[in-house]
Write a protein that binds this ligand. Structure first.
Ligand code: ZN
Length: 83
């Protein structure tokens, strides 16, 4: 069953299960990487750094410079960070 808020509003990552959500909270708007254990959004620099290191460097194998550009672009498109 599909419900609203299936993707993290900060990084866009799909949150398939409740465990993917910040704090394991069913109504958290952010994933466990972007939110703290109360479901609150972490500071931009913390979210950016985690995305660079875990996702773009770790999973995608980019070097630091390319990973940072990709991470900043990805966050700029998300509701939590759109200006
Ligand atoms: Zn996220």
């Amino acid at each position: 069953m599909l419900m609203g808020g299936l993707a993290c509003e900060s990084c866009g990552r799909p949150m398939a299960s409740q465990a993917d959500r910040a704090g394991g909270l069913a109504d958290a708007r952010y994933c466990a990487q972007c939110g703290d254990r109360r479901g609150q959004l972490r500071p931009f620099e913390a979210v950016l750094e985690a995305l660079i290191v875990n996702d773009y460097m770790g999973r995608n194998g980019l070097d630091r410079g390319a990973a940072e550009i990709a991470a900043r672009n990805a966050l700029a498109r998300q509701p939590a960070w759109r200006k």
